[in-house]
Design a protein around this ligand. Structure first.
Ligand code: HAM
Length: 432
């Protein structure tokens, strides 16, 4: 006989089970509602793309591209990759479908899994979930940046997450960033031997990436390096000052983080993160920024862009920590039907009433097989039902049914027509 083998989910990926999945669904639908109220529309993207798309947009020397991508050979020998993020795909789609002709700004959001081969730990998975949004078009007005951030603040409030910090920076543009990178390169030349192997390499290939190094011993060295805001050109300085004004008028508190360059190469000017103090080491709830110029890099027209992605896994954790959202689904009615020899008459009535209640938006459990009343009521209780509806031979004959409230065993007799209305009115009364 074959050895019995049990399978388990592979390292760094996990199942989201009920009842947790209810909170995930609540969060996703709340995010959709908030983003749609700001004029964003959903884009559904492929899970895999040409490897080159990510290498070119995120940058070959980033951790994501150099170490973390799940790449494999496609049929025609070209390399394809499970998406590690979705901004590159959004820009690819924007160009491919000629969305630059859309009136005004193109505002898109996406929801779904991303894949990075990182070292798994709390809050860091190899298959994780993001909700992200991008604004593309011809304007780079700071009000766009501020409104995008406002939308996130609204979402945090909807989730009753009160403790968070908005970290904000500008990393300059094509004109001023090279000067900063040069200054960084020079400063690194004197200190890089004290740093980790990755930083020694990055000091040569992509000095900006040294600033997102997480190795603890490197942090004192990084703190002494030149700071990006000191090198901003007048236009970038003015953009950042206007963004600060825009945030103030929206009463959004922020902290300037002069070394926040983010781990992806496509950013230009605004970069931001929202962190949570309750999440431990992996404390970034949201990351985002401006990426004017990325569309050109991917063969499109000159386009301005800004966006963010939030980590759903981490948001869910923060919502749970805050403890103020109840997304649990409750069973409204358990139908306890029984009829013995007469069950052929009883069961069709139970089916009909179940369908009616479900049609009114109530959650109903109808046992597939007849059960003794005591067993039915016991199961209804274990399942957390609000009511048990008792349908037996006598009830069918009289056209009146016993609706039992399980919390206090209070019982009332109702006709078929009254049941839906009564359960709905009680549920609504509880909500208000
Ligand atoms: P990112 O900072 O790489 O940015 O990821 C955004 C968020 O995704 C992080 O703040 C975190 O909450 C979550 N996240 C990232 N990696 C993991 C992981 N391994 N496990 C759990 N959560 C994770 C981006 O992806 C950019 N595309 C954001 C963006 C959009 N910038 C402009 N537009």
């Amino acid at each position: 006989m074959d050895e019995q083998r049990q399978f388990r989910a592979i390292k760094g990926v996990r199942d989201i089970l009920p009842p947790d999945s209810s909170l995930w669904n609540w969060f996703e639908s709340t995010s959709r509602r908030v983003m749609e109220s700001y004029g964003y529309r959903e884009i559904r993207l492929p899970i895999f793309e040409e490897t080159e798309l990510f290498a070119r947009s995120i940058g070959a020397d980033t951790d994501v591209v150099s170490k973390e991508m799940y790449s494999f050979q496609g049929r025609d020998d070209s390399s394809v990759t499970l998406r590690p993020e979705a901004t590159a795909s959004v820009i690819r789609a924007y160009i491919e479908h000629g969305m630059h002709v859309n009136p005004g700004l193109t505002k898109l959001y996406y929801i779904g899994p991303m894949f990075r081969r990182e070292r798994p730990q709390k809050g860091r998975y190899r298959q994780f979930y993001q909700i992200g949004a991008e604004v593309l078009g011809q304007s780079d007005a700071p009000a766009i940046d501020a409104e995008l951030i406002e939308m996130l603040v609204v979402l945090l409030a909807e989730c009753k997450i009160e403790k968070w910090t908005l970290l904000l920076n500008s990393i300059g543009c094509r004109d001023c960033r090279p000067k900063y990178v040069e200054a960084l390169r020079k400063a690194l030349a004197g200190v890089k031997e004290k740093m980790c192997g990755d930083c020694q390499r990055r000091a040569e290939t992509n000095p900006l990436r040294v600033l997102d190094c997480k190795v603890p011993q490197d942090q004192p060295v990084i703190a002494q390096l030149p700071s990006v805001p000191d090198y901003l050109c007048d236009a970038c300085r003015a953009h950042f000052a206007a963004l600060e004004e825009q945030l103030k008028l929206r009463e959004i508190p922020y902290t300037i983080a002069p070394r926040l360059v983010r781990g992806l190469d496509y950013y230009m000017r605004t970069t931001f993160e929202i962190t949570s103090p309750v999440l431990g080491a992996q404390n970034a709830l949201v990351g985002g920024g401006r990426y004017d110029g990325l569309a050109e890099l991917l063969g499109g027209q000159p386009t301005k862009g800004i966006g963010f992605a939030l980590g759903t896994d981490r948001f869910i954790e923060a919502i749970r920590e805050a403890g103020k959202v109840d997304a649990a689904l409750r069973l409204d009615v358990f139908i306890a039907w029984l009829g013995g020899p007469a069950s052929k008459q009883v069961y069709p009535v139970a089916v009909r009433i179940a369908r009616k209640l479900r049609g009114a938006g109530l959650c109903v459990e109808l046992p597939p097989e007849e059960m003794k009343l005591k067993k039915s009521l016991g199961l209804a209780d274990k399942l957390g039902a609000r009511y048990a509806l008792i349908i037996g031979e006598n009830e069918v004959a009289a056209g009146r049914y016993a609706l039992k409230r399980l919390a206090d065993a209070q019982q009332r007799e109702l006709s078929e027509g009254e049941i839906v209305e009564y359960v709905l009115s009680q549920r609504n009364a509880q909500k208000t």
